[in-house]
Ligand binder design. Sequence first.
Ligand code: ARG
Length: 471
Amino acid sequence: MTDAKKPWGGRFEKSPSRFLDEFGASLPVDRRMWAEDIKGSIAHARMLANQGVISEADADAIETGLSQIYREIRDGSFDFRIADEDIHMAIERTLTERIGPAGGRLHTARSRNDQVALDTRLYAKGRAVELLAATVKVRETLVRLAEDHAGLVMPGYTHLQRAQPILLSHHLLAYFWMLSRDATRFRHAYESADVMVLGSAALAGTTFPVDRRFVADRLGFAEVSANSMDSVSDRDFLLDLTYACTVTMIHLSRLCEELILWSSEEFGFVTMDDTYSTGSSIMPQKKNPDFAELARGKTGRVVGDLVGLLTVLKGLPLAYNKDMQEDKEGAFDAIDTALDCLVVVDGMLSTMAVDADRMRAAAHGGFMAATDLADYLVGTGMPFRDAHEIVGRLVLALEREGRTLQELTAGEFAAVDPAFGVDAPAAVDIDAVVARRVSEGGTGGEAVETQIVQCQDVLAADITLLESLAE
Ligand code: ARG
């Protein structure tokens, strides 16, 4: 294998050892860009023929040979060899072995430096679309759950202490907006990858009369890069995509953390479906939310992928450096992991059972109507600070007695302070407390209905965008 002839073998008298071949190879990582590499090469060959750099017959032979290789890789019959170093060499070597000198002309006016940048951009665009689509799927599920559980009150928390009652729909839709921002980031990552870099050659451009716009049009790129040195050394589009994956993972880890808490006996708000749970090898009673925990845990690795890529790029002199071969492993891992976790989270959300009674009951604990009771006193003309003090003392007394605000009669309220009228109990009714949050973006039922319409508009826009990107 070490003896396989190197494409650059001309100026060498000795070859690297087998160990060094493997150390230097990126084939195990970049072989997944095979389809992009073949599409890019066919476009390049067609352009070279149009420009009279190679003959039409050579371009035909190249296209036929590459199409055959495409089918073999797709069907799993292609012979990958580590000595090929990377996917670009694997395909070009096989092509040349099969079609002879025409294969040797494919690399005219091209370097692996612009070739790998092109392939990676094509690949990143495809995956950005998939990621965007996956966020649409989870967001559709969140909206469906928000509609199915309309009106269900539960505790809202700050500091993980019960704070004010909210609607489950409102809580779930908070994640809708996080994922919508993620979708915006995936769109941005798509756009930053959508620049055609072929024709930059090794770093300085080429002496051949290439038609870069033809290649861009044929491969569906929005524009052609303006600086050949930047083109072969820019991986910002991968950073953008990896960052978008990382933030998505951060969001999913928060959601998963809540699902883990909610499915504990202490909360008891949801029960994970059996298909999204695992048992214990020793404790027969256990039902663990493993998949939520895994999604939360994998977030650490994706953060590492982002930091790794940033660190690879830091301080690199222009233009291409072999360091850049290290760009893909982490980025691909971040993409794969974020996509998988979006699918897992969607499945968990779609199948979990919500315990409405537990949520409603929990919403009555924790004196969460206290703010509204203070606001009630403010309505009678009392300064807010005085109202805060009176309600605070009332909460302290009730806490000692083991009672809730909802258990107090109008007479008991009046005994606490004469400012309390007969309508004081209504001020602490939990459903009323929620319904009063009518401010735009608040948890009141009507505000949430308006929010659901906004969510549907955002989803419709993203679906239209996806359709246009898939064209
Ligand atoms: N496998 C390389 C990479 O992923 C391709 C570019 C190699 N270019 C070079 N001059 N050695 O970056």
